[in-house]
Design a protein around this ligand. Structure first.
Ligand SMILES: O=C[C@H](O)COP(=O)(O)O
Length: 260
């Protein structure tokens, strides 16, 4: 079942890097031997999107924005719109990242509205959900992600261009990765939600990726969980170890191929 879902690894550079350091990162990726079965997308700051797109032309690696506004144009100082992303040939956008939700006050309905607008422009969306530490301690993790997903499901019915990123807020940038069991438990709950809400075909096809302190040393165990179809990587996407994360499933697959 999970074999049908293409393994997806996103690199979220957040507000990091210079034109020069971004170029160096892309050079590393372009010259690396990446798992040919993995889909890789990098999300540089908005200012570096077009450079990144140009540097990656001719490669299979995709480019994503880290956020976008749902209105097409107008007096929204500092924003870029999903329409402008489409116009610039940027095919992906990350929406609902916890840093947008907690630091910039984005609510579930805002994220839903942006997701709807992004899909209407033909963009693919990396939709982030996840609970805070306080919510986990109150045993609310699954309720929180279901609430966040329900808000989007009220506005859209076709989830085929969405990758859901489960990112527990307490694991982001902290070095405190969710155990494979903790992550799988929430991913399985999201899968159940998707099967119930979208039907089993769309539910089983939905890619649910994990984010939160993913590194070369922990990615293989996480990648072997049945409902984890990849990663959204922050800090480690700025380092050469991102290549090892992209290749998390490659070594296992190669050893299985040699065994038969
Ligand atoms: O978008 C990526 C996540 O926020 C994870 O960040 P991190 O890998 O630095 O913990």
């Amino acid at each position: 079942m999970s074999a049908a879902r293409t393994f997806f690894v996103g690199g979220n550079y957040k507000m990091n890097g210079t034109l020069d350091s971004t170029k160096k990162l892309i050079d590393i990726l372009k010259s690396a031997q990446l798992d040919p079965k993995a889909e890789v997308v990098v999300a540089p700051p908005a200012l570096h999107l077009l450079l990144t797109k140009e540097l990656l032309s001719g490669s299979k690696i995709g480019v994503s924005a880290q956020n976008a506004y749902h209105k097409a144009s107008g007096a929204f100082t500092g924003e870029i719109s999903v329409t402008q992303l489409k116009d610039a040939g940027i095919p992906w956008v990350i929406l609902g990242h916890s840093e947008r939700r907690t630091l910039f006050g984005e609510k579930d309905d805002d994220v839903a509205e942006k997701t709807k607008a992004g899909l209407e422009q033909g963009l693919s969306v990396i939709l982030c959900v996840g609970e805070t530490l306080a919510e986990r301690e109150k045993n609310e993790s699954i309720n929180v992600v279901v609430r966040q997903l329900d808000a989007v499901a009220k506005q859209i019915s076709d989830w085929s261009k969405i990758v859901v990123a489960y990112e527990p807020v307490w694991a982001i940038g902290t070095g405190k990765v969710a155990t494979a069991e903790q992550a799988q438990e929430v991913h399985a709950a999201i899968r159940k939600w998707a099967n119930d809400k979208l039907g089993s075909q769309a539910g089983e096809a939905l890619r649910i990726i994990y984010g939160g302190s993913v590194a070369a040393k922990n990615c293989k165990e996480l990648a072997s969980q049945p409902d984890i179809s990849g990663f959204l990587v922050g800090g480690a996407s700025l380092k050469p170890e991102f290549v090892d994360i992209v290749n998390a499933r490659l070594i296992k697959r190669r050893s299985l191929e040699t065994a038969v």
